[in-house]
Design a protein around this ligand. Sequence first.
Ligand code: FES
Ligand code: FES
Length: 230
Amino acid sequence: MSRRTFLGAGSAGVALVSSRGANPAAAATDADGEATENGAPVRFTLNGEQRSETLDPRVTLVDLLRERHGLTGTKKGCDHGACGSCTVHIQRPGDEAPTRQLSCLTFAATLDGAKVTTIEGLPAAVGAKGEVLHPLQEAFLRCDAYQCGYCTPGQIMSAAALLKEDPAGGGHAGSREMVREWMSGNLCRCGAYPNIVSAVRQTAGEEPEEDPSAAVVILSSGDAQTSGES
Ligand code: FES
Ligand code: FES
């Protein structure tokens, strides 16, 4: 089983576990969780497809994505805006471009006319088709920029937006410190930050495309060598 296959299976397991007991808020429900006809009609675009829904005003976007649409790539970490794992891109009517936003703090009923892109739609958003990944996804794989992978979709969605912000300034990727600063809203409990930064910088063309852990410095008898083996 390849690492990617293993991680995919693992993510599915996490999604199953985390959805158990979760708020089934995707449907229009009242305060007691009972179905109601009093939802607000909302039309929006989700990963390039038109959607028309009737939504309880209290339903958050992260719950809508995961519970109704099965888009479990968007993770619910803290559910109160502190971890960044639920990051998606939203472009509302009048916005010049999509911006990264926290879907746990976004009421889905406010999205009438908006375009929403999740990690599942990110490759297509840059023209990739089929099994082709977004360059950032490729870079995260190449750089081993994750361990458990729970924060990874949010990290990638945040990084994809970061690279388009301030294009004159290198998309906030001009230095490793800049990447850390502009992605400070995305937490990684596994501490994969060094490789995450490398993946972002490599995608921006600021660092050579290589696995940063491939070069291992071996110190012996006072001299040093660089080896591609670990
Ligand atoms: S789940 Fe949205 S910021 Fe943590
Ligand atoms: S890879 Fe585990 S939380 Fe980031």
